[in-house]
Design a protein around this ligand. Structure first.
Ligand code: SF4
Length: 300
């Protein structure tokens, strides 16, 4: 089937509503985890921080505004079925959806062109929105994740290639050094994404994809799942607490994703999401029916 403007428009309308809702409403798993953490934090300044977060979420919903002033760089992670009928329309629809949502949500203007150093004023720029593509063999669905990569929550991000003899202890050292130095910039409690692979760019990308996984989910590999638990426990013992004001818990969780590595390299990547972890996922069918699976029960 060839490109069709009306189909692009229909898809862009749906995706712009999806972005607008995501900008003002945290996903179900994050809301649940934050309320569990609020129950545990009963000392010092921490309960007040959780009260402020709760009030913030209520006001964002009531006023129809974004949950945070920093609505981030828009990023899409598209898992496209090879039988999805509107392949030609996806990319222009996603770009147009960001333009529309920038006005409707509204989203802060965050796309600054590198080298030319000017803000484009509509969140569209060179390779922005960032779109990551994956093909799903035989499917006729488009599974789309949207993530708002805020400045503070992107700051602790890093990737490096370790000598293999540094081993998994080397990964732990890199994660704890980075989180204890820069983690506070990411408005904790954070969700920590870690990628492990053979080269820096694969590890970095996997660390961001790890943030798309639900809070509380675990890696299918039992050893990786154990590392997630160990890192979560360790990071929760550094005392950073909500907002960095001290507390019992500093992270919502740790999600690890891996790819097979080269025998001579052990690369690791780290991405962080803040308490206002605005990631949203939707599955769209060929007839435009959808399942907004990160925000159950929401009609767009
Ligand atoms: S880290 Fe998150 S909550 Fe903090 S300012 Fe950035 S987007 Fe907002």
């Amino acid at each position: 089937m060839s490109y069709d403007k009306a189909t692009e428009e229909r898809l862009s309308e749906l995706v712009s509503s999806f972005i607008c809702h995501a900008s003002g409403h945290l996903p179900d798993d994050v809301r649940k985890r934050l309320s569990e953490m609020a129950e545990i934090e009963n000392e010092g300044f921490a309960p007040e921080i959780y009260n402020v977060m709760k009030k913030n979420m209520e006001m964002a919903d009531k006023l129809g505004r974004p949950s945070c002033q920093d609505t981030g760089i828009p990023q899409f992670f598209a898992r496209v079925g090879t039988k999805f009928p509107y392949l030609d329309e996806i990319e222009p629809a996603l770009i147009d959806a960001v333009k529309k949502a920038t006005v409707k949500a509204p989203l802060r203007h965050n796309a600054v062109e590198v080298f030319d150093e000017f803000n484009t004023g509509n969140n569209i720029g060179h390779k922005v929105p960032w779109i990551d593509w994956e093909l799903v063999q035989g499917s006729d669905q488009l599974e789309l994740y949207f993530y708002m990569a805020g400045g503070g929550c992107s700051l602790p991000g890093m990737a490096k290639v370790l000598m293999p003899l540094e081993g998994y202890d080397g990964i732990a050292k890199a994660v704890f050094d980075q989180m204890s130095t820069y983690g506070v910039n990411a408005c904790p409690p954070c969700l920590v994404g870690i990628g492990i692979a053979g080269s820096a760019e694969v590890a970095a990308k996997l660390s961001k994809k790890a943030l798309l996984r639900p809070v509380g989910s675990h890696n299918e590999n039992p050893k990786a799942a154990q590392m997630e638990k160990d890192f979560e426990e360790g990071l929760n013992s550094i005392g950073m607490g909500p907002g960095g004001f001290g507390g019992k818990l500093s992270v919502m969780g740790v999600n690890i994703e891996q790819a097979a590595r080269h025998p001579a390299t052990l690369a690791m990547g780290l991405s962080t999401a803040c308490w206002a972890h605005r990631r949203a996922g939707i599955r769209i069918g060929p007839d435009f029916t959808y399942d907004f699976f990160t925000h159950k029960g929401v009609t767009l």
